[in-house]
Write a protein that binds this ligand. Structure first.
Ligand code: F6R
Length: 251
């Protein structure tokens, strides 16, 4: 099998985000017209912000309803309560859910505040709930400088499912400013696995800026390896990278 990753290069993140949001809106509307729901996997971080801003605009200005949407977030830091500004629960509500008409009962994020012995059952239940909802129709991703998708750090193979993971030092370095220092960054997180992500019917990964250029090249043109979790997407039948020019500059 010839492996080739599809990617599109845009002048600005806003243009890329607009095109991806239009694809998502079309999926939501076509399912709604059939009286059906749609299941999205969602990401946090700086990258999807223009995409979420465009979804909010489509809701407010063009009447796009999220009433038939169920969402599953990729990951959550352990140890952060919902009201912590760096928790992904807070991020998602602040940057998307509070501004659209998604039903609160259809929103799913891994829980970051469980006792250690409760985490394995929670992860298994998260996987089971994704399956019970019919699987992920479309997974939104960013990419970390370690090549992580979700928090699947180097060493995460394509058999991994939702579980607790230890964050890579480079990931903690990138998160350090938001937490006021490296030592304040949570050491672990709960993340969907590579297999969970690969199970989505469509995968759309966004990456912006020169800082992502070398890892984007490895993910798209390098070998498929657990050293770069995003490289497994080369084997996905419907994965597309949405890149701005600086992120695509080493391709
Ligand atoms: C976020 C996530 C991560 C980020 C990645 C890029 O839910 O799972 O994989 O997508 O760390 O982060 P940003 O977008 O902040 O560069």
């Amino acid at each position: 099998m010839e492996l080739a990753m599809n990617y599109e290069v845009f002048d600005t993140p806003q243009e890329a985000a607009k095109k991806l949001a239009a694809e998502v809106a079309q999926l939501i509307r076509s399912r709604a017209a059939e009286g059906k729901g749609v299941v999205f996997g969602l990401a946090t971080g700086a990258t999807p912000l223009p995409f979420y801003a465009e979804l909010i605009r489509l809701h407010k200005e063009e009447g796009l309803s999220f009433a038939n949407v169920t969402s599953f977030n990729l990951d959550e830091y352990t140890g952060l309560p919902h009201e912590h500004k760096e928790s992904y629960w807070y991020f998602m509500h602040h940057n998307l859910f509070d501004h659209i008409d998604i039903k609160p009962e259809n929103v799913n994020l891994p829980c970051g505040t469980l006792a250690p012995d409760e985490i394995p059952a929670h992860c298994a239940a998260y996987e089971a709930k994704i399956k019970a909802c019919g699987g992920l129709d479309l997974q939104i991703l960013g990419i970390g400088r370690t090549g992580h998708i979700g928090f699947n750090e180097p060493g995460s193979d394509d058999k991994t499912i939702t579980r607790q993971v230890t964050l890579d030092d480079l990931t903690k370095t990138d998160a350090a400013p938001a937490f006021g220092g490296f030592d304040n960054v949570p050491k672990t997180a709960i993340t969907m696995g590579v297999a969970t992500i690969m199970g989505a019917k469509k995968v759309r990964l966004m990456a912006w800026g020169e800082k992502k250029a070398s890892i984007v090249k490895k993910a798209i043109q390098g070998p498929v390896t657990a050293d770069v979790a995003a490289s497994f997407l080369q084997k996905h039948p419907d994965a597309v990278f949405f890149l701005d020019k600086p992120a695509a500059s080493e391709l």
